[in-house]
Design a protein around this ligand. Structure first.
Ligand code: MG
Length: 373
């Protein structure tokens, strides 16, 4: 890896792993984290989990897996430019959605509602639970035993009351400190990725139209420029070229504004990153345009009746499964049948959160359908 900036996370300033291990051979500690994430079961499940469109709705829509890969790609480009730890941002990006339920945000909301008297459900906390506890791959420890900085990057946000029970990785939510720049970059790369691919998927699905989105400044300024240079371009290429330029604008703006913030705050080391205000940021103008795009997607795509219908089904499936397992734990696979009644809600939530879209649909059918499969 190229030389790191003095405020980057590296082998010299990592807080290390909960369980001590020998240093890896031929790769860095953060490459090892990335490798463990890629080999995990939860990572493979991302292929069949909804981003916005349910897996069976079309082959070309993003899934959580391709979304995570796009986040990793964008985050690495930014990290490399800023001389930050590329391996760490990659690990965070690939792991950031491991705790997502089936059926995207509708699934998360449904499971959170089911868990409201049992500590709630939050996909960020669940991602941490997956890498800290739920993966069963290593003889010496539960979970993946990842480095502190990878874990803190996965835990993007957290209510102070939950943070208290999380040990070192929860401290910053109580002391109001910032995570590493690598974590901050991975977080904004997530936003760049989904804003752009949701425009692409939204247009491809026909749920939003080019005319509608042409009113948004971030999109229209690139659309107009492409049309001017290539007046006869087919629609698919017009959209792709516009989105490509939009991603480039966001990435470039983020790099420049972040560099400026690091300079303005006189950041010298990782401790400085943690105590400064958030350093990774868009310029005010791009932030406003990005917010406009997000608001548009929210009302026009995420609340589109077609998406809402699927959301309703997701609520029904997750609610039904949760309640049937709570009523009779003998219906659960043996490894989820806990001894005490107190532990049952979390075990059921872990089981449901781990399901892919199609597994949840099948499981629901297996339990509730009267007719043969
Ligand atoms: Mg994401």
């Amino acid at each position: 890896m190229a030389e790191l900036a003095p405020y980057a996370v590296g082998e010299h300033n990592t807080r290390g792993r909960a369980v001590r291990e020998e240093a890896p051979f031929g790769r860095s500690e953060f490459q090892r984290d990335r490798d463990r994430i890629i080999h995990s079961t939860a990572f493979r499940r991302l292929e069949y989990k909804t981003q916005v469109f349910v897996n069976h709705e079309g082959d070309l829509f993003r899934t959580r897996l391709t979304h995570s890969m796009e986040v990793a790609q964008i985050a690495r480009s930014i990290a490399r430019h800023l001389k930050l730890n590329e391996d760490l941002v990659e690990a965070i990006a690939l792991a950031h959605d491991l705790g997502h339920t089936p059926f995207g945000h509708a699934g998360q909301d449904a499971l959170n509602a089911c868990m409201k008297d049992h500590g709630g459900f939050e996909h960020n906390l669940q991602s941490l639970r997956v890498v800290d506890m739920l993966e069963e791959r290593y003889a010496a420890f539960d979970g993946l035993n990842l480095c502190f900085e990878t874990r803190e990057g996965i835990l993007k946000h957290c209510a102070p009351e939950s943070a208290a029970g999380l040990g070192a990785v929860g401290e910053r939510f109580i002391t109001r400190q910032r995570p590493s720049l690598e974590a901050q970059i991975a977080n904004l790369a997530d936003e760049i990725a989904y804003n752009n691919h949701d425009v692409d998927d939204g247009l491809r699905s026909g749920l939003i139209t080019l005319e509608q989105i042409a009113s948004l400044r971030l999109f229209s300024r690139h659309l107009d420029a492409v049309r001017q240079t290539y007046p006869n371009l087919g629609e698919r290429r017009l959209i792709n070229e516009t989105i490509r330029r939009m991603i480039n604008t966001l990435v470039t703006d983020l790099i420049q504004q972040t560099e400026q913030n690091i300079r303005a705050q006189g950041i010298q080391n990782l401790a400085g990153v943690r105590s400064a205000p958030p350093l990774a940021a868009f310029s005010a103008e791009v932030r406003e345009q990005s917010r406009e795009l997000k608001a548009f997607l929210h009302t026009q795509l995420y609340r589109h009746y077609h998406v809402m219908r699927m959301n309703t089904k997701a609520h029904r499936i997750i609610g039904d499964l949760f309640h049937v397992f709570m009523d009779d734990c003998r219906l659960l696979p043996p490894q989820y049948q806990r001894q005490t009644r107190d532990e049952r809600p979390r075990a059921v939530a872990d089981y449901i959160a781990g399901m892919t879209d199609r597994y949840a649909i099948r499981e629901h059918r297996r339990i509730f359908a009267v007719e043969e499969d």
